[in-house]
Design a protein around this ligand. Structure first.
Ligand code: URP
Ligand code: ZN
Ligand code: ZN
Length: 467
Protein backbone atom coordinates (compact mmCIF):
# COMPACT_ATOMS: atom_id res chain seq x y z
CA UNK A 1 0.00 0.00 0.00
CA UNK A 2 1.38 3.39 -0.91
CA UNK A 3 2.04 5.97 1.82
CA UNK A 4 2.04 9.70 1.19
CA UNK A 5 3.67 12.32 3.38
CA UNK A 6 3.59 16.09 2.92
CA UNK A 7 6.06 18.45 4.55
CA UNK A 8 4.42 21.85 4.73
CA UNK A 9 5.56 25.38 5.45
CA UNK A 10 9.37 25.07 5.36
CA UNK A 11 12.16 26.69 3.39
CA UNK A 12 13.56 23.99 1.11
CA UNK A 13 17.32 24.51 0.75
CA UNK A 14 19.29 22.61 -1.87
CA UNK A 15 22.67 23.33 -3.44
CA UNK A 16 20.83 25.01 -6.32
CA UNK A 17 17.81 26.75 -4.77
CA UNK A 18 15.98 28.10 -1.77
CA UNK A 19 12.24 27.58 -2.20
CA UNK A 20 9.30 28.33 0.05
CA UNK A 21 7.71 25.04 -0.93
CA UNK A 22 5.80 22.04 0.35
CA UNK A 23 7.25 18.62 -0.44
CA UNK A 24 5.21 15.57 -1.42
CA UNK A 25 6.68 12.14 -0.67
CA UNK A 26 5.30 8.83 -1.85
CA UNK A 27 6.72 5.36 -1.25
CA UNK A 28 10.05 6.65 -0.01
CA UNK A 29 10.68 9.08 -2.87
CA UNK A 30 10.14 12.77 -3.42
CA UNK A 31 7.29 13.19 -5.89
CA UNK A 32 6.84 16.95 -6.19
CA UNK A 33 7.54 20.38 -4.73
CA UNK A 34 4.99 23.20 -4.90
CA UNK A 35 4.84 26.72 -3.49
CA UNK A 36 3.17 27.13 -0.09
CA UNK A 37 -0.49 27.88 -0.53
CA UNK A 38 -0.47 27.12 -4.26
CA UNK A 39 -3.44 25.26 -5.71
CA UNK A 40 -1.15 22.33 -6.45
CA UNK A 41 0.12 22.03 -2.87
CA UNK A 42 -3.34 22.63 -1.41
CA UNK A 43 -4.68 19.76 -3.51
CA UNK A 44 -2.28 17.17 -2.11
CA UNK A 45 -3.80 14.56 0.17
CA UNK A 46 -1.53 12.58 2.45
CA UNK A 47 -1.46 9.97 5.21
CA UNK A 48 0.61 12.32 7.33
CA UNK A 49 1.59 15.95 7.33
CA UNK A 50 4.80 17.28 8.87
CA UNK A 51 4.82 20.92 9.87
CA UNK A 52 8.07 22.68 8.93
CA UNK A 53 6.97 26.25 9.60
CA UNK A 54 10.03 28.40 10.47
CA UNK A 55 12.24 25.41 9.68
CA UNK A 56 14.59 24.47 6.85
CA UNK A 57 13.80 21.39 4.80
CA UNK A 58 17.17 19.96 3.77
CA UNK A 59 18.43 16.95 1.85
CA UNK A 60 19.87 14.43 4.32
CA UNK A 61 23.61 14.84 4.81
CA UNK A 62 26.01 12.62 2.87
CA UNK A 63 29.15 11.89 4.90
CA UNK A 64 31.64 10.45 2.41
CA UNK A 65 34.33 9.54 4.93
CA UNK A 66 33.62 7.35 7.96
CA UNK A 67 35.37 4.45 9.68
CA UNK A 68 32.87 2.44 11.72
CA UNK A 69 34.48 -0.47 13.62
CA UNK A 70 37.86 0.17 11.95
CA UNK A 71 40.64 -1.97 13.46
CA UNK A 72 43.45 0.57 13.80
CA UNK A 73 46.32 1.42 16.12
CA UNK A 74 45.98 -1.81 18.12
CA UNK A 75 42.29 -1.30 18.84
CA UNK A 76 39.02 -0.70 16.94
CA UNK A 77 37.00 2.44 16.29
CA UNK A 78 34.36 2.51 19.02
CA UNK A 79 31.26 3.13 16.89
CA UNK A 80 29.73 0.06 15.29
CA UNK A 81 27.62 0.43 12.18
CA UNK A 82 24.61 0.36 14.49
CA UNK A 83 25.71 3.06 16.93
CA UNK A 84 27.50 5.16 14.31
CA UNK A 85 24.64 5.31 11.81
CA UNK A 86 22.16 6.09 14.60
CA UNK A 87 24.39 8.98 15.71
CA UNK A 88 24.72 10.11 12.09
CA UNK A 89 20.91 10.29 11.83
CA UNK A 90 20.74 12.35 15.04
CA UNK A 91 23.06 14.80 13.32
CA UNK A 92 21.08 14.97 10.07
CA UNK A 93 23.21 12.62 7.99
CA UNK A 94 21.26 9.99 6.06
CA UNK A 95 24.02 8.37 3.98
CA UNK A 96 27.55 7.41 4.93
CA UNK A 97 30.31 6.11 2.71
CA UNK A 98 32.54 3.96 4.92
CA UNK A 99 35.93 2.49 4.07
CA UNK A 100 36.16 -1.28 3.60
CA UNK A 101 39.73 -2.42 4.25
CA UNK A 102 41.97 -4.78 2.32
CA UNK A 103 44.80 -5.82 4.63
CA UNK A 104 48.17 -6.84 3.19
CA UNK A 105 47.94 -10.32 1.66
CA UNK A 106 44.14 -10.22 1.39
CA UNK A 107 42.07 -10.05 -1.76
CA UNK A 108 39.84 -6.98 -2.09
CA UNK A 109 36.88 -9.38 -2.18
CA UNK A 110 37.69 -10.73 1.27
CA UNK A 111 38.07 -7.29 2.82
CA UNK A 112 34.91 -6.01 1.18
CA UNK A 113 32.85 -9.04 2.26
CA UNK A 114 33.96 -8.43 5.85
CA UNK A 115 32.59 -4.89 5.61
CA UNK A 116 29.31 -6.02 4.00
CA UNK A 117 28.88 -8.39 6.96
CA UNK A 118 29.64 -5.69 9.55
CA UNK A 119 27.04 -3.32 8.09
CA UNK A 120 24.34 -5.71 6.93
CA UNK A 121 21.22 -5.51 9.10
CA UNK A 122 22.75 -2.99 11.47
CA UNK A 123 22.41 0.43 9.89
CA UNK A 124 19.78 3.05 10.67
CA UNK A 125 20.54 4.95 7.45
CA UNK A 126 21.81 4.04 3.99
CA UNK A 127 25.48 3.27 3.44
CA UNK A 128 28.00 2.69 0.69
CA UNK A 129 31.66 1.66 0.65
CA UNK A 130 34.98 2.90 -0.65
CA UNK A 131 37.76 0.30 -0.73
CA UNK A 132 41.10 0.84 1.00
CA UNK A 133 43.92 -0.70 -1.07
CA UNK A 134 46.81 -1.83 1.12
CA UNK A 135 48.30 -4.34 -1.31
CA UNK A 136 48.33 -3.33 -4.97
CA UNK A 137 49.23 -6.33 -7.14
CA UNK A 138 48.11 -7.95 -10.41
CA UNK A 139 45.11 -9.60 -8.78
CA UNK A 140 44.01 -6.52 -6.86
CA UNK A 141 44.22 -4.41 -10.00
CA UNK A 142 41.81 -6.82 -11.74
CA UNK A 143 39.55 -6.78 -8.71
CA UNK A 144 39.31 -2.99 -8.92
CA UNK A 145 37.43 -3.42 -12.23
CA UNK A 146 35.03 -5.92 -10.64
CA UNK A 147 34.40 -3.65 -7.68
CA UNK A 148 33.54 -0.72 -9.94
CA UNK A 149 30.92 -2.97 -11.58
CA UNK A 150 29.57 -3.81 -8.12
CA UNK A 151 29.13 -0.17 -7.11
CA UNK A 152 32.34 0.30 -5.14
CA UNK A 153 33.73 3.02 -7.37
CA UNK A 154 36.39 4.71 -5.23
CA UNK A 155 39.67 3.47 -3.78
CA UNK A 156 41.72 4.96 -0.98
CA UNK A 157 45.50 4.76 -1.07
CA UNK A 158 47.89 5.86 1.66
CA UNK A 159 51.21 7.66 1.31
CA UNK A 160 51.34 7.43 5.14
CA UNK A 161 51.36 4.63 7.73
CA UNK A 162 54.32 2.51 6.46
CA UNK A 163 53.81 -1.15 7.36
CA UNK A 164 50.03 -0.78 7.66
CA UNK A 165 48.21 0.85 4.73
CA UNK A 166 51.19 2.47 2.95
CA UNK A 167 51.69 2.15 -0.81
CA UNK A 168 54.86 3.27 -2.59
CA UNK A 169 54.75 5.51 -5.66
CA UNK A 170 54.92 2.57 -8.09
CA UNK A 171 51.89 0.90 -6.55
CA UNK A 172 50.05 4.19 -6.44
CA UNK A 173 50.81 4.82 -10.11
CA UNK A 174 49.54 1.35 -11.08
CA UNK A 175 46.29 1.83 -9.17
CA UNK A 176 45.83 5.25 -10.74
CA UNK A 177 46.42 3.85 -14.23
CA UNK A 178 43.80 1.21 -13.55
CA UNK A 179 41.31 3.75 -12.27
CA UNK A 180 41.92 5.88 -15.39
CA UNK A 181 40.67 2.85 -17.36
CA UNK A 182 37.82 1.63 -15.17
CA UNK A 183 36.37 4.97 -14.05
CA UNK A 184 37.18 4.52 -10.35
CA UNK A 185 38.20 7.53 -8.30
CA UNK A 186 41.47 7.39 -6.34
CA UNK A 187 41.24 8.97 -2.90
CA UNK A 188 44.59 9.85 -1.40
CA UNK A 189 45.80 10.11 2.18
CA UNK A 190 48.57 12.55 1.28
CA UNK A 191 51.32 12.66 3.90
CA UNK A 192 54.93 11.56 3.41
CA UNK A 193 54.78 8.70 5.92
CA UNK A 194 58.38 7.56 5.37
CA UNK A 195 59.76 10.98 6.34
CA UNK A 196 57.23 11.31 9.17
CA UNK A 197 58.40 8.02 10.69
CA UNK A 198 61.98 9.34 10.82
CA UNK A 199 60.77 12.47 12.64
CA UNK A 200 58.66 10.35 15.04
CA UNK A 201 61.69 8.26 15.96
CA UNK A 202 63.85 11.36 16.48
CA UNK A 203 61.17 13.11 18.59
CA UNK A 204 60.73 10.08 20.85
CA UNK A 205 64.52 9.77 21.23
CA UNK A 206 64.52 13.39 22.50
CA UNK A 207 61.87 12.47 25.06
CA UNK A 208 59.12 14.36 23.20
CA UNK A 209 56.29 11.98 23.96
CA UNK A 210 53.24 14.23 24.54
CA UNK A 211 50.29 14.35 22.11
CA UNK A 212 51.31 17.77 20.81
CA UNK A 213 54.38 16.24 19.14
CA UNK A 214 52.03 14.27 16.89
CA UNK A 215 51.21 17.61 15.26
CA UNK A 216 54.83 18.71 15.14
CA UNK A 217 56.26 15.67 13.36
CA UNK A 218 53.43 15.42 10.82
CA UNK A 219 54.55 18.62 9.17
CA UNK A 220 52.41 20.72 6.85
CA UNK A 221 55.25 20.58 4.31
CA UNK A 222 55.07 16.79 4.30
CA UNK A 223 51.34 16.97 3.61
CA UNK A 224 51.99 19.49 0.82
CA UNK A 225 54.82 17.42 -0.65
CA UNK A 226 52.70 14.28 -0.74
CA UNK A 227 49.76 16.21 -2.20
CA UNK A 228 52.01 17.58 -4.95
CA UNK A 229 53.41 14.10 -5.68
CA UNK A 230 49.96 12.52 -5.76
CA UNK A 231 48.80 15.17 -8.21
CA UNK A 232 51.78 14.57 -10.52
CA UNK A 233 51.28 10.79 -10.39
CA UNK A 234 47.61 11.25 -11.24
CA UNK A 235 48.58 13.48 -14.17
CA UNK A 236 51.00 10.83 -15.46
CA UNK A 237 48.26 8.20 -15.13
CA UNK A 238 45.61 10.45 -16.67
CA UNK A 239 43.37 9.84 -13.64
CA UNK A 240 41.25 12.16 -11.51
CA UNK A 241 42.28 12.49 -7.88
CA UNK A 242 40.40 13.22 -4.64
CA UNK A 243 42.62 14.25 -1.73
CA UNK A 244 41.07 13.34 1.63
CA UNK A 245 41.23 15.23 4.92
CA UNK A 246 43.20 18.24 3.68
CA UNK A 247 44.38 20.28 6.66
CA UNK A 248 47.40 22.38 5.65
CA UNK A 249 47.28 25.70 3.83
CA UNK A 250 50.23 24.53 1.70
CA UNK A 251 48.28 21.43 0.60
CA UNK A 252 45.29 23.59 -0.38
CA UNK A 253 47.73 25.66 -2.47
CA UNK A 254 48.88 22.51 -4.33
CA UNK A 255 45.27 21.59 -5.10
CA UNK A 256 44.49 25.15 -6.20
CA UNK A 257 47.49 25.21 -8.54
CA UNK A 258 46.38 21.92 -10.09
CA UNK A 259 42.80 23.09 -10.51
CA UNK A 260 43.97 26.37 -12.04
CA UNK A 261 45.63 24.20 -14.71
CA UNK A 262 42.25 22.55 -15.30
CA UNK A 263 43.25 19.22 -13.76
CA UNK A 264 40.53 16.97 -12.28
CA UNK A 265 41.86 17.26 -8.72
CA UNK A 266 39.44 17.53 -5.80
CA UNK A 267 39.87 18.20 -2.10
CA UNK A 268 37.99 17.28 1.05
CA UNK A 269 38.41 18.84 4.45
CA UNK A 270 36.77 18.00 7.78
CA UNK A 271 35.15 19.98 10.61
CA UNK A 272 38.07 19.28 12.96
CA UNK A 273 40.43 21.25 10.69
CA UNK A 274 37.95 24.11 10.39
CA UNK A 275 37.06 24.40 14.10
CA UNK A 276 39.98 22.89 16.08
CA UNK A 277 43.73 23.51 16.07
CA UNK A 278 47.10 22.58 17.57
CA UNK A 279 45.93 24.48 20.68
CA UNK A 280 43.71 21.46 21.35
CA UNK A 281 46.57 19.02 20.78
CA UNK A 282 48.56 20.98 23.38
CA UNK A 283 45.88 20.72 26.09
CA UNK A 284 47.52 19.62 29.35
CA UNK A 285 47.31 16.29 31.17
CA UNK A 286 47.17 14.06 28.08
CA UNK A 287 43.86 15.74 27.07
CA UNK A 288 45.54 16.49 23.73
CA UNK A 289 45.23 12.77 22.85
CA UNK A 290 41.54 13.40 22.17
CA UNK A 291 42.60 15.45 19.15
CA UNK A 292 45.13 13.07 17.60
CA UNK A 293 44.21 12.34 14.00
CA UNK A 294 46.04 12.29 10.67
CA UNK A 295 46.48 14.54 8.85
CA UNK A 296 46.90 16.38 12.16
CA UNK A 297 45.22 19.50 13.45
CA UNK A 298 47.16 22.58 12.33
CA UNK A 299 47.82 26.00 13.87
CA UNK A 300 44.69 28.20 13.69
CA UNK A 301 46.20 30.27 10.86
CA UNK A 302 45.54 27.42 8.40
CA UNK A 303 41.78 27.66 8.88
CA UNK A 304 41.40 30.77 6.72
CA UNK A 305 42.84 28.91 3.71
CA UNK A 306 40.42 26.02 4.25
CA UNK A 307 37.41 28.32 4.45
CA UNK A 308 38.62 30.20 1.39
CA UNK A 309 39.10 26.91 -0.47
CA UNK A 310 35.55 25.91 0.38
CA UNK A 311 34.22 29.24 -0.89
CA UNK A 312 36.24 29.18 -4.12
CA UNK A 313 35.48 25.50 -4.76
CA UNK A 314 39.15 24.54 -4.60
CA UNK A 315 37.86 22.26 -1.81
CA UNK A 316 34.56 20.64 -2.71
CA UNK A 317 33.53 18.40 0.19
CA UNK A 318 33.38 18.43 3.99
CA UNK A 319 33.31 14.91 5.44
CA UNK A 320 34.02 13.89 9.01
CA UNK A 321 36.68 11.14 8.82
CA UNK A 322 34.68 9.86 11.79
CA UNK A 323 37.03 7.40 13.51
CA UNK A 324 36.24 7.49 17.23
CA UNK A 325 38.38 6.05 20.01
CA UNK A 326 37.43 6.43 23.66
CA UNK A 327 39.78 8.48 25.80
CA UNK A 328 39.69 5.82 28.51
CA UNK A 329 41.34 2.62 27.40
CA UNK A 330 41.90 3.60 23.76
CA UNK A 331 43.55 7.03 23.43
CA UNK A 332 45.35 6.09 26.65
CA UNK A 333 47.32 3.43 24.74
CA UNK A 334 49.62 6.29 23.80
CA UNK A 335 50.46 7.65 27.26
CA UNK A 336 54.22 8.17 27.21
CA UNK A 337 54.42 7.67 23.40
CA UNK A 338 52.26 9.86 21.14
CA UNK A 339 52.87 7.53 18.19
CA UNK A 340 50.79 4.86 19.95
CA UNK A 341 47.69 7.05 20.32
CA UNK A 342 45.09 5.63 17.94
CA UNK A 343 44.52 8.18 15.18
CA UNK A 344 41.01 9.50 14.68
CA UNK A 345 38.28 11.81 15.93
CA UNK A 346 34.54 11.40 16.44
CA UNK A 347 32.27 13.76 14.51
CA UNK A 348 29.63 12.03 12.38
CA UNK A 349 26.88 13.55 14.55
CA UNK A 350 28.31 17.09 14.52
CA UNK A 351 29.07 17.87 10.88
CA UNK A 352 25.76 19.36 9.71
CA UNK A 353 25.44 21.51 12.84
CA UNK A 354 29.03 22.79 12.73
CA UNK A 355 28.62 23.70 9.08
CA UNK A 356 25.37 25.48 9.86
CA UNK A 357 27.33 27.44 12.44
CA UNK A 358 29.71 28.33 9.59
CA UNK A 359 26.68 29.76 7.75
CA UNK A 360 25.71 31.75 10.85
CA UNK A 361 29.31 32.98 11.18
CA UNK A 362 29.38 34.07 7.51
CA UNK A 363 32.04 31.63 6.26
CA UNK A 364 29.73 30.03 3.67
CA UNK A 365 26.23 30.57 2.31
CA UNK A 366 23.26 28.38 3.15
CA UNK A 367 23.28 26.76 -0.31
CA UNK A 368 27.03 26.19 -0.14
CA UNK A 369 26.44 24.39 3.19
CA UNK A 370 24.17 21.94 1.39
CA UNK A 371 26.48 21.71 -1.59
CA UNK A 372 29.58 20.69 0.39
CA UNK A 373 27.73 18.44 2.87
CA UNK A 374 25.06 16.81 0.67
CA UNK A 375 25.04 17.43 -3.08
CA UNK A 376 28.72 17.36 -3.99
CA UNK A 377 29.61 14.26 -1.94
CA UNK A 378 26.67 12.53 -3.65
CA UNK A 379 27.87 13.62 -7.11
CA UNK A 380 31.53 13.00 -6.37
CA UNK A 381 30.78 9.41 -5.39
CA UNK A 382 28.07 8.56 -7.92
CA UNK A 383 24.84 8.76 -5.90
CA UNK A 384 23.22 11.91 -7.32
CA UNK A 385 20.32 12.73 -7.55
CA UNK A 386 19.19 9.66 -5.56
CA UNK A 387 21.04 11.26 -2.64
CA UNK A 388 22.07 14.84 -1.89
CA UNK A 389 19.06 16.82 -3.11
CA UNK A 390 15.31 17.27 -2.81
CA UNK A 391 13.84 16.81 -6.28
CA UNK A 392 11.23 14.59 -7.92
CA UNK A 393 12.59 11.04 -8.04
CA UNK A 394 15.18 11.51 -5.27
CA UNK A 395 15.12 9.32 -2.18
CA UNK A 396 13.09 11.05 0.52
CA UNK A 397 16.12 11.49 2.77
CA UNK A 398 15.04 14.73 4.38
CA UNK A 399 15.97 16.75 7.45
CA UNK A 400 13.65 19.26 9.08
CA UNK A 401 16.13 21.66 10.66
CA UNK A 402 15.46 24.31 13.27
CA UNK A 403 17.91 27.13 12.46
CA UNK A 404 16.99 29.25 15.49
CA UNK A 405 17.47 27.02 18.53
CA UNK A 406 20.87 26.79 20.19
CA UNK A 407 22.52 23.66 21.54
CA UNK A 408 25.70 22.89 23.44
CA UNK A 409 27.72 20.00 22.04
CA UNK A 410 28.74 17.51 24.71
CA UNK A 411 29.55 13.86 25.33
CA UNK A 412 26.77 13.95 27.93
CA UNK A 413 24.15 14.43 25.22
CA UNK A 414 25.64 13.05 22.01
CA UNK A 415 24.77 9.63 20.60
CA UNK A 416 28.17 8.52 19.30
CA UNK A 417 29.66 5.59 21.21
CA UNK A 418 32.64 7.51 22.50
CA UNK A 419 33.36 8.95 25.92
CA UNK A 420 34.29 12.48 24.90
CA UNK A 421 33.27 15.16 22.44
CA UNK A 422 35.92 16.95 20.40
CA UNK A 423 33.61 19.98 20.63
CA UNK A 424 32.75 19.74 24.35
CA UNK A 425 30.97 22.87 25.58
CA UNK A 426 30.74 24.56 22.17
CA UNK A 427 27.40 26.27 21.62
CA UNK A 428 26.05 26.24 18.08
CA UNK A 429 22.95 27.72 16.54
CA UNK A 430 20.64 25.23 14.84
CA UNK A 431 19.54 21.68 15.49
CA UNK A 432 18.12 18.72 13.62
CA UNK A 433 14.47 18.21 14.52
CA UNK A 434 13.13 15.41 12.31
CA UNK A 435 14.89 13.05 9.90
CA UNK A 436 13.42 10.86 7.18
CA UNK A 437 15.34 8.10 5.44
CA UNK A 438 13.60 7.00 2.23
CA UNK A 439 10.41 8.45 3.70
CA UNK A 440 10.64 6.50 6.97
CA UNK A 441 10.99 8.57 10.11
CA UNK A 442 14.29 8.00 11.92
CA UNK A 443 14.24 11.03 14.22
CA UNK A 444 10.83 12.42 15.15
CA UNK A 445 11.02 15.85 16.81
CA UNK A 446 14.23 14.79 18.61
CA UNK A 447 13.15 11.29 19.48
CA UNK A 448 14.88 8.31 17.85
CA UNK A 449 12.27 6.12 16.17
CA UNK A 450 14.53 4.41 13.62
CA UNK A 451 15.71 0.84 13.53
CA UNK A 452 18.89 -1.06 12.84
CA UNK A 453 18.45 -2.75 9.48
CA UNK A 454 16.43 0.00 7.84
CA UNK A 455 19.58 1.27 6.13
CA UNK A 456 20.50 -0.49 2.90
CA UNK A 457 23.64 -0.68 0.79
CA UNK A 458 23.82 1.90 -2.00
CA UNK A 459 25.71 0.69 -5.10
CA UNK A 460 27.30 3.74 -6.67
CA UNK A 461 27.98 4.81 -10.22
CA UNK A 462 31.34 6.37 -11.09
CA UNK A 463 32.18 9.97 -10.20
CA UNK A 464 29.58 12.38 -11.59
CA UNK A 465 31.55 15.48 -10.69
CA UNK A 466 33.50 15.10 -13.94
CA UNK A 467 30.33 14.99 -16.09
O1 URP B 1 43.30 9.89 11.96
C1 URP B 1 42.61 9.39 11.09
N1 URP B 1 42.33 10.11 10.03
N2 URP B 1 42.16 8.13 11.23
C2 URP B 1 41.42 7.39 10.28
C3 URP B 1 42.27 6.82 9.19
C4 URP B 1 42.55 7.79 8.09
O2 URP B 1 43.70 8.04 7.78
O3 URP B 1 41.61 8.34 7.50
ZN1 ZN C 1 43.53 8.99 5.92
ZN1 ZN D 1 39.79 8.39 7.24
Amino acid sequence: MSTRTVIRGGLVVTAADELHADVLIEDGRVVALAAHGSDVAAGWTADRTLDATDRYVLPGGVDAHTHMELPFGGTSASDTFETGTRAAAWGGTTTIVDFAVQTVGQALREGLDTWYAKADGNCAIDYAFHMILSDVNEHTLKEMDWLVQEGITSFKLFMAYPGVFYSDDGRILRAMQRSADNGGLIMMHAENGIAIDVLVEQALARGETDPRYHGEVRKALLEAEATHRAIQLARVAGAPLYVVHVSAEEAVAEITTARDKGLPVFGETCPQYLFLSTDNLAEPGFEGAKYVCSTPLRPKEHQAALWRGLRTNDLQVVSTDHCPFCFTGQKELGRGDFSKIPNGLPGVENRMDLLHQAVVDGHISRRRWIEIACATPARMFGMYPQKGTIAPGADADIVIYDPHTTQTLSAATHHMNVDYSAYEGRTVTGQVETVLSRGETVIDRREYVGRAGHGTFVPRSTCQYLD
